[in-house]
Design a protein around this ligand. Sequence first.
Ligand SMILES: [Zn+2]
Length: 261
Amino acid sequence: MTHSWGYSKENGPDRWHESYPSARGNNQSPIAILTKNVHSDPILLPWFTGYDPGASKTIKNTGKTCRIAFDDTYDRAVLRAGPLDGIYRLRQIHIHWGSTDDKGSEHVVDLTRHAGEIHLVHWNSKYSNYNDAVRKRDGVAVVALFMKIGKTPKPELKRILEEIDAIKTKGKEVPFSNFDPSILFPQNRAYFTYFGSFTTPPCEECVTWIILKEPIIVSSDQMLKFRSLSSNTAEQPFCPLVDNWRPLQPLNNRMVRTQCE
Ligand SMILES: [Zn+2]
């Protein structure tokens, strides 16, 4: 690739491996999950978060997603238990969405693709920093929330949507304080888990995925708001930031697990 990665024909997922060889690894994400093939594992525990709202810092249009950054200099916003050992610190939250409501999520469950997927990225605090953690198999844990179109959208998304106009173009960043991301979680905390990768380059294979089975409900209007972001800078022509999701990757020999009922 001559220019940076993206989602277009010239620099999209089919070409990421040219600059990022991990993208062709055997443990890539996202995957299709078929519930009939999911293993019930009695070892799996419920997961917990403890998020200090004071840890949220900024929200930014990166040109590829909108991303909320958190203070991860100490165990301030943390995820633990579930399939994990130890404590994982929240570093950032970002979102994947489509150009239309019938696509946008990265993971697919029983052939259903939702309108979007929220990723809460945490790193294992036994490592000295994030860059160290992404090189380790147990370095990262991502909690994934599906965004499903429905009639009673989640009011908790409002905080994020309110800032969209302030970060219209690539590179724009504004303060985003006092945000507890656990308000986004659905009522039911049941999850699928498997070992995989980041879905964006360099696609490091360091991620324990915790994918919540129950989607959160969003409206068509809310999804439109995300599509009003531009993947270009303020100086360039408007180019809608849409379809920032990676296609499905082979499961290979991996097992998807869930807690016993
Ligand atoms: Zn993501």
